[in-house]
Design a protein. Structure first.
Length: 457
């Protein structure tokens, strides 16, 4: 009887522990809000001073403070940690600001991020410089990239698309005004198409001209044909489309010259302004060119194809070098993109300042994407597991990098979005011959239901 009572008493706590463990694995966000958040706040407040001292983030107190402590308490004067601001809980972690002591810098706090993570029992700690003397600690309570949930409030705008979630629970926004051209690499089934799908649907709701080159017979971009202003599905069509885009770029430069009084003979390379300085009524719509499997444009089999390849590469390089001021942006995707593709490949890659590297098959491919702008990110790109499609490493020319993951979106949902936003496609007369054919959606007519005759006397 005593054993039965003991088991009954232990059953409640064991069930609670088991339920918490299950919630932590299956529903990490709910577990963090109910259990992880209070525990981490208590740990942080109770061990803040000792943790900062162990991490070497404390400094000697001022002479006035030391004298005041000795006069009032007569206890030992201890080093002073950075002044802590208010703790702000979020759905994924905590945020708090620290006012650094004289002589400290944000790099000192960033170097201790791993120690702070273990001391306060959170998944990760990230440091952001807010203003001189103030840094923000962003504590992430769980792995937000395991099940992507985009933030509710995201600052968007024209040519700004929230396309993925960063490892610090903030949105990764693809900003074409800040990073005009981008290279997206990834092996088969790595999530590269999902990234492109989210990016296309985000731009579809904006007054932006979308142009596609898909040399896989259009299998990747054809579902979005309703929103595309032009689509080339093989190298022959791409060779006809690229000169039209270059001519459109030159016409836009002529428009800028005429509006700003620049001499007609001035070379395009000497014009430092762009279309955004034109009045809104005269400003042409921006163009985003998507190139899927860029290696197909470089592969050749005959001498005639080599001449065509050289012309296309030259036109792509011109668009990458001069297209930003004309409002033309490139999104280049592929599995590999290195010097082995042929003449001009390295020069074109150097113009693509944004880099996104999904899971790749070898280290050389990761170096192609990130080695020249963020060498430390190469190892992180090589460590991406095949069980996490959509996970990628994004880097920029400043040397910074972070992990991101794209939310899942079905191809059917993306195609429906492009059909619903087809009326938003700006009119570009030069691209009319390349507009893809979109078959009409079949309309199903419901069969009339026979109604009974009214009952009469």
């Amino acid at each position: 009887m005593t054993d039965l009572v003991t088991l009954a008493e232990l059953g409640g706590p064991l069930a609670a522990i088991g339920g918490a463990a299950y919630a932590r694995h299956a529903h990490p966000a709910a577990y963090w809000s109910t259990v992880g958040l209070p525990v981490s706040v208590v740990r942080l407040m109770a061990s803040y001073s000792s943790t900062m001292d162990a991490c070497g983030l404390t400094v000697a107190p001022s002479r006035l403070r030391a004298l005041a402590v000795k006069a009032t308490t007569r206890r030992e004067v201890r080093p002073v940690p950075p002044r802590r601001g208010m703790i702000r809980p979020t759905t994924t972690g905590l945020r708090l600001r620290l006012r650094l002591a004289p002589g400290q810098e944000p790099a000192d706090v960033a170097a201790s991020a791993e120690r702070l993570r273990h001391a306060w029992g959170v998944h990760a700690v990230y440091v952001r410089d807010v203003k001189p003397g103030v840094v923000e600690l962003r504590l992430v309570g769980f792995d937000v990239l395991r099940k992507v949930r985009m933030p509710r409030r995201i600052d968007g705008g024209l040519l700004r698309v929230p396309v993925a979630l960063r490892q610090d629970a903030t949105a990764f926004v693809r900003d074409y005004r800040a990073v005009p051209h981008e290279l997206v690499l990834g092996a088969t089934l790595s999530g590269k198409s999902m990234y492109l799908r989210n990016l296309l649907t985000g731009l579809a709701a904006q007054p932006v001209v979308l142009v596609g080159i898909d040399c896989k017979r259009g299998v990747e971009l054809a579902p979005f044909a309703a929103r595309l202003s032009a689509l080339a599905t093989d190298p022959e069509q791409a060779a006809e489309l690229l000169p039209v885009l270059v001519k459109e770029m030159e016409d836009r430069y002529d428009l800028i010259k005429a509006r700003q009084g620049i001499a007609p003979g001035t070379p395009d390379e000497s014009i430092t302004s762009d279309i955004w300085g034109l009045p809104e009524g005269e400003r042409p719509a921006p163009i985003v060119l998507f190139i899927d499997e860029v290696a197909e444009l470089f592969l050749i089999a005959t001498r005639k194809e080599e001449e065509r390849r050289d012309e296309m590469v030259t036109q792509l390089i011109r668009l990458a070098q001069l297209g930003r001021a004309a409002g033309i942006y490139l999104e280049v995707c592929g599995q590999r993109f290195g010097a082995e593709l042929g003449k001009g490949a390295t020069m074109l890659r150097a113009q693509l300042s944004g880099r996104v590297c999904h899971r790749v098959n070898d280290e050389a491919s990761a170096k192609m994407a990130l080695g020249d702008i963020a060498p430390e990110a190469v190892g992180a790109a090589c460590a991406i597991a095949a069980e996490l499609p959509g996970l990628a490493v994004v880097g920029d020319t400043s040397g910074g990098w972070s992990r991101i993951r794209t939310p899942y979106m079905t191809l059917a949902d993306a195609a429906v979005t492009c059909r619903e936003t087809a009326h938003l496609a700006p009119d570009v007369p030069a691209l009319v011959p390349f507009r893809p054919y979109v078959p009409p959606v079949p309309v199903t007519v419901a069969e009339p239901v026979a109604t009974p005759r009214p009952v009469t006397d």
